[in-house]
Write a protein that binds this ligand. Structure first.
Ligand SMILES: Nc1ncnc2c1ncn2[C@@H]1O[C@H](COP(=O)(O)OP(=O)(O)OP(=O)(O)O)[C@@H](O)[C@H]1O
Length: 242
């Protein structure tokens, strides 16, 4: 089912944004600070009511879905990584099953394995480092096996090994039919790992398409105001500032 924003406007933060993201793909949302990336992701999660327009999941307006049904279908990782309860890591990840009202262990085990959290599962959640906390909160999202995985800067606090492992896992999830939408500041990860890149600038859609075109030199100049170019081959590019 497609997740669609229709003429979405939210305060000064988003202006008349219309686009649809597809299941089975990794979509990256990029743009400078304050461009509206987190706002769009939060709206896609059904957590920020629009002033104008709507967000639809398939034919259903997200605002009309029961919160429990919405939580079953859409897993959302916000930008701020805070853990409110000092419970064991495993218990926190098990909370990902709450929307389903079951205690299935397989998805919890799979999430723990995907985020390499076996060695930490008995630790108290509030004793973790920033990157470990980010991995635990993402594991809680994955444990819910949502059809949509929406994550705001999921790579920001992770070391390179865990970044690549997570991206591989998200690719597997997309290959199995999940819709994956990631806010990414790292343009090289967006270029190399996304199927599609949406670039926002000042609350509006700037470019949208395959990474090679959405993040071309012109977009870097117009949106980020940088003089930079890509080197390497498709899928293994690096960004070099002039
Ligand atoms: N709760 C809020 N109320 C009013 N304005 C907000 C609120 N949250 C964010 N904003 C403003 O809306 C704009 C878009 O914010 P948003 O967090 O979506 O940007 P972003 O692209 O995710 O930025 P960043 O890269 O810095 O995380 C910014 O100008 C921000 O200051």
């Amino acid at each position: 089912m497609t997740l669609t924003a229709q003429n979405l406007s939210i305060g000064d933060r988003l202006h008349d944004v219309s686009l649809a993201v597809e299941p089975g793909q990794i979509t990256a949302i990029c743009g400078p600070n304050g461009a509206g990336k987190s706002t769009l992701l939060e709206a896609f999660a059904g957590l920020l009511p629009p002033d104008d327009g709507a967000v639809n999941l398939g034919d259903s307006n997200l605002a009309a879905l029961h919160p429990r049904e919405r939580a079953q279908r859409i897993g959302y990782l916000p930008q701020a990584h805070e853990i409110a309860w000092d419970v064991p890591v495993r218990s926190l990840i098990e909370l990902g099953r709450m929307p389903h009202g079951d205690a299935r262990t397989e998805p919890v085990e799979a999430a723990i394995a995907a985020l390499d959290l076996g060695p930490l599962e008995n630790r108290r959640a509030q004793s973790l480092s920033g990157g470990e906390t980010a991995r635990v909160l993402l594991a809680r999202v994955l444990a819910g096996e949502p059809a949509w995985i929406l994550a705001d800067e999921p790579l920001a606090a992770l070391d390179i090994g865990h970044q690549l492992a997570l991206l591989r896992h998200l690719r597997d999830a997309a290959d199995q039919g999940a819709g994956v939408v990631l806010v990414l500041h790292d343009l090289a990860h967006a270029m190399n790992c996304a199927d599609r890149v949406i670039v926002l600038s000042e609350g509006r859609l700037a470019t949208d398409g395959q990474p090679e075109s959405a993040l071309d030199v012109l977009a870097l100049q117009n949106v980020w105001k940088i003089d930079a170019h890509w080197i390497g081959v498709e899928g293994k590019r690096a960004l070099i500032a002039r």
